[in-house]
Structures are given as C-alpha cells and as structure tokens.
Write a protein of this length. Structure first.
Length: 398
C-alpha cells in the first residue's frame, strides 16, 4: 500500500472518529438514556438496558482504542511526502491490519484442550472494529428509542387519566362521598401501573389503563349527575310542592263536581275522588330533611318515587274531575240545543203551534228541574227537534 492510499484511509478514519465522537456524546446526554439511568428498572427493561449498557461500555472503550490508534498512525505518518518501507509497513498494519486488541476473554472449559490456554485475545482491524461499534451503537439506540416511545405513549395515557381521577375525587368530596370504593380501587390500580411503567416500560400494558378509564368515567358521570341533583334539588322540591298543591286543588274540584252532579242530575255516573294522603306532605318534608343533611342521593331517589306517585294520583284526580263535570256539562249542552231549536221554531213561525209548543214545554221542564233525568230530557229534545223538521214545519215554509 502506498503513502497516498494510507493518507486517504487515515482521512476517512479521522472523519469517522469525529462523527462517532459527536454521536456518542449525544447518546450520553439523550433524555431517554438519562431516564433509563435514573429509573428504578426491573423485569424486561432492566435486562435489556443492562445489555445495552454493556454495549455502551464497550463503545467508549473501543472509541478510546480507535482514537489512540489514530493518534499513533498520525504521529507515525508525520508530514513527509515519502516513507521508508519499515514505517510504511507498520503504518499499513495499524490502519489495515489486526492492530486492535478488543478483549481478553475466558475460554469455557468445554472448549479447552488439556494443554490449551484459559484465556484468549481477540484482535481485529479498524474497519472490523467500526462494524462492531456500529452494531453495538444500533443495539443501544434501539433499546433507548423503544423505551422512550413506550414511556411517551403510556405517559400520554396515564397523565390525563390521573387528572380525570383527581377530578372524580373532587366531585366526590363536593357531594360528601369521599371514599367511593371504585375510585379507591382505580387509584390503587393507577399507582401500580405508574410504578410498572416507570420500572418496566417494555412490559407495561395500556389495557389496564383502559379499564381504569372506564371505571373513572362511569363514576365521574354518576357524580356529575349527583352534583346537578344537589344544585337543582331546591328547585325540584319547589316544583314538587306546586305539584302537590295542584293535586289537592284537583281532588277538591273533583269532589265539588261530584257533589254538584249528585244534586243536579238523576243517577249520574260519577267518581268519588281518592283523598290526598297525609303522608304526601310528610314524605316531601323528608326529602327536604335529607337534602339539608347532605344525603343528596337518597333525597333524589325519594323525590323521584314521590313525584311518580303524586303524578299518578293527579292523573287519577283529573280523570275523576272530568267524569264528575260531564253530567252537568251534558245537561248544559242540552239546554243550549233547546234554545237553538226554539229560535228555529220562531223562524218557522211554530212558536204558537200547540203540538210544537207542548213538546218544548216538556223538554224545558225536564232540563230545568233538578235532579235532571238526562236520558229522558234528551229523548224529549229529540222529539222537539223532529217536530221542527216534520209536516208542520214544511207546511209553514211552503
């Protein structure tokens, strides 16, 4: 090998060492590398990082050897344009020969002969060392990158989950439920998962995080409903009192309508309205008492039950009111129809007709005498109507 080729190889080696130096320093200061060094590692991650740290130790050792070799080669080359054969041969051996001693390793007993050595020395050329260093560097970077990626992914999932759990606990405290079992379990699971992620990110799974998120989400939704119940309970109690007043008023009106129908109509079809129970107001007072004591959930459940019963009772009272008002309303309708038919008789000139006037008098007597027999009154009204459309009315109109 001539001097020119030696110089070119030295230049490439010098450039490679410079780039390698930058990359090794960057690797030393990498955030993922720092976290791996500082974390209390265990399991798979601990094993992988221990192997990678071994590679890293060798990298710096080999880098030192390669740098020392380069300094020797540069010193041996000097600045002369030509070299004598002896230094040229030595320089060629440094740059291209097995000039680097990698390590002295124990030989396993099974591989020794009876008279063989217990140790051996591994030597390689600079290009071979560079290939070893590239492989070792890639292994170290792969472990750091994989751990950093896993940490980034899991941290991005766990940090918001911790915030959600804190929010759920804040809501629980606001409504006096400090120790909800599912939140306590979720907190314990999250703490355990965070420790696992810190110590062994390569083995940690996000599945547990999804289960925790489901538990926390369900609890948060329930607590928000409870907070809303607490904030709106006074309004809902006020609405319940209005509902109770409506029930009382409707029940009283149904009773009055029943009495009115019984006094004015013969054998009316009426309903005796169910009186409002004394417990209705007492239960509503219990709701207010529970609310005052901070027992929002029990107060809300009782109010829902109370409201359902009260609305059912109001529906029943409204049906009774409608049924009880119907007989008198029917009588009043018949009276209106009688007046309309009399007006028609006037237009037809039949007011003085004895037969027609007699029918009118009988229908009027039936409708204005209490108690009114609605069936009889309707029959008489129908006969009066028919008289207005019968032969007498046709004779008048012709």
């Amino acid at each position: 090998m001539d001097v020119g080729e030696i110089d070119r190889n030295l230049a490439r080696l010098r450039e490679t060492v410079a780039v390698m130096s930058t990359n090794l320093v960057d690797l030393e200061t990498d955030a993922g590398r720092t976290r791996l060094d500082q974390a209390p590692l265990g399991g798979t991650t601990q094993e992988r990082w221990a192997e990678a740290r071994g590679d890293l130790t060798y990298l710096w050792q080999w880098f030192t050897q390669l740098n020392d070799l380069l300094e020797k080669a540069v010193e041996l080359r000097g600045t002369k344009p030509r070299l004598d054969p002896a230094p040229l041969t030595q320089l060629d051996w440094l740059v291209n020969g097995p000039s680097i001693e990698l390590s002295t390793a124990d030989i396993p007993l099974a591989e020794r002969g009876l008279f063989g050595p217990a140790e051996t020395t591994i030597r390689c050329t600079p290009p071979q060392l560079l290939e070893r260093m590239r492989t070792a560097f890639d292994r170290v970077v792969a472990v750091i990158s994989e751990c950093s990626r896993r940490w980034s992914t899991l941290d991005a999932r766990l940090l918001p989950l911790a915030d959600q759990l804190a929010e759920a606990r804040r809501l629980a405290e606001a409504v006096g439920e400090l120790h909800r079992p599912e939140l306590d379990r979720a907190q314990a699971q999250l703490d355990q998962l965070q420790r696992a992620v810190m110590s062994d990110p390569l083995a940690a799974s996000a599945d547990t995080a999804e289960a925790i998120a489901g538990t926390v989400g369900a609890a948060t939704d329930d607590l928000r409903r409870l907070v809303q119940l607490r904030d709106n309970l006074a309004i809902r109690v006020g609405e319940a009192r209005a509902l109770m007043a409506d029930l009382r008023a409707t029940t009283a009106a149904a009773a009055d309508a029943r009495a009115d129908a019984l006094s004015k109509i013969a054998n009316p079809s009426v309903i005796d309205p169910r009186p409002v129970a004394d417990t209705v107001e007492a239960e509503l007072a219990r709701v207010s008492g529970m609310s005052a004591q901070g027992d929002w959930r029990a107060a809300g459940n009782l109010l829902v039950q109370w409201t359902t019963r009260c609305r059912d009772a109001l529906d029943e009272a409204q049906r009774a009111l409608a049924a009880n008002e119907a007989p008198v309303a029917t009588r009043n309708e018949l009276r209106g129809r009688l007046d309309a038919y009399r007006a028609k008789a006037y237009r037809l000139g039949l007011l003085e007709d004895p037969a027609v006037a007699g029918l009118y008098a009988r229908a009027q007597d039936a409708l204005f005498t209490a108690p009114t027999d609605l069936e009889k009154a309707e029959q008489l009204l129908r006969r009066y109507q028919q008289a207005l459309t019968g032969p007498a009315s046709r004779e008048v109109t012709t």
